[in-house]
Design a protein around this ligand. Structure first.
Ligand code: BV8
Length: 250
């Protein structure tokens, strides 16, 4: 895969880089995506039933068990090369932030610091009544949602469901980063879920050099400076070699 000199220079000179990731970056780890491919989650599971507050209230154990299956996947699967390359990139530029829509924690497991989780984490639960938060006990899976030790209301995964606001601190931090970065690399995002998907557009509007890596075209294609169609781990490996092992003068 060839990269033009501008991409190489922009990435080598960048002081602040944002890696904005979606389900596509975990696809090569074996984690299903939501909207693309044969086994995508929303093809088999209705988000109104499995990823909404009403859905949980209507049938807490059904939703709890769906997340239990996803938790088991996250437990046995591993971050892939794309996660590790992003973690290594944090040693190449002074300010590298990962803003992810994913809840799998794979960026942190691959060694990334400064990870902003816009849609929460599957490794945490919060109680339905008061939002008390606890780490999830992966070693003792239960069929039914447990009760909150503080207020006895039901526990639910600490993730953002449709119609729920994103965590305020996380989203405002992510917005600030998107307004103030030299380069934003969007990886494995369908650009269909807002307000998360507005972040790469913010970056482009504020003069950042916008790179997109995706196996398919998205609405971001028309805004990105360059679109690399391919698998995240393959494109990122080639980009790493071109940027850090190249002889292009910065
Ligand atoms: C909210 C739960 C305020 C966690 C999810 C405008 C502004 C504000 C809100 C809205 C708006 N328009 C519509 C809304 C409402 C809604 C929304 O965006 N709906 C869409 C679907 C139309 N947004 C919300 O409700 C958000 N909250 O706005 O609060 C509010 C409050 C009340 C009323 C209104 C507004 C909350 C959204 C979060 C929902 N939670 N999941 C979980 O269980 O995981 S959604 C789900 O989508 C995940 O969080 C996921 O991360 C996110 C985005 O999907 P992607 O990550 O992009 O994954 P996807 O499968 O779609 O695409 C994968 C891509 O990777 C593809 O492009 C594919 O080609 C590519 N790919 C595949 N393999 C590879 C690859 N690329 C590279 N390499 C590979 N190997």
């Amino acid at each position: 895969m060839k990269f033009n000199e501008t991409v190489i220079k922009r990435l080598r000179q960048a002081e602040t880089i944002v890696f904005f990731t979606g389900a596509g970056i975990s696809q090569e780890s074996g984690i299903p995506t939501f909207r693309d491919g044969a086994k995508s989650l929303w093809k088999d599971f209705d988000p109104d039933i499995y990823a909404s507050v009403n859905g949980f209230d209507n049938d807490p154990s059904k939703v709890w068990q769906w997340y239990a299956e996803r938790r088991q996947q996250v437990r046995v699967l591993e971050p892939n090369r794309a996660h590790f390359i992003i973690a290594d990139w944090q040693h190449k530029a002074p300010h590298v932030t990962v803003i992810t829509q994913n809840i799998d924690g794979f960026h942190q497991r691959a060694g990334s610091q400064n990870v902003i989780e816009l849609h929460g984490s599957i490794a945490r639960n919060q109680c339905r009544k008061n939002g008390h938060r606890f780490p999830h006990d992966f070693d003792h899976p239960t069929q039914q949602p447990p009760n909150c030790p503080e207020c006895n209301s039901l526990l639910r995964p600490d993730v953002v469901w449709f119609g729920e606001n994103l965590p305020e601190e996380a989203y405002s931090q992510a917005e600030m980063k998107s307004f103030n970065c030299d380069v934003l690399v969007s990886i494995g995002c369908s650009m269909e879920v807002f307000p998360a998907a507005s972040l790469p557009y913010n970056a482009a509007r504020c003069g950042a050099y916008l790179i997109q890596i995706n196996t398919q075209a998205t609405d971001l294609d028309t805004v990105a400076e360059c679109n690399f169609q391919g698998k995240a781990s393959e494109v990122l490996s080639a980009l790493w070699c071109a940027v850090w092992n190249s002889d292009v003068e910065a």
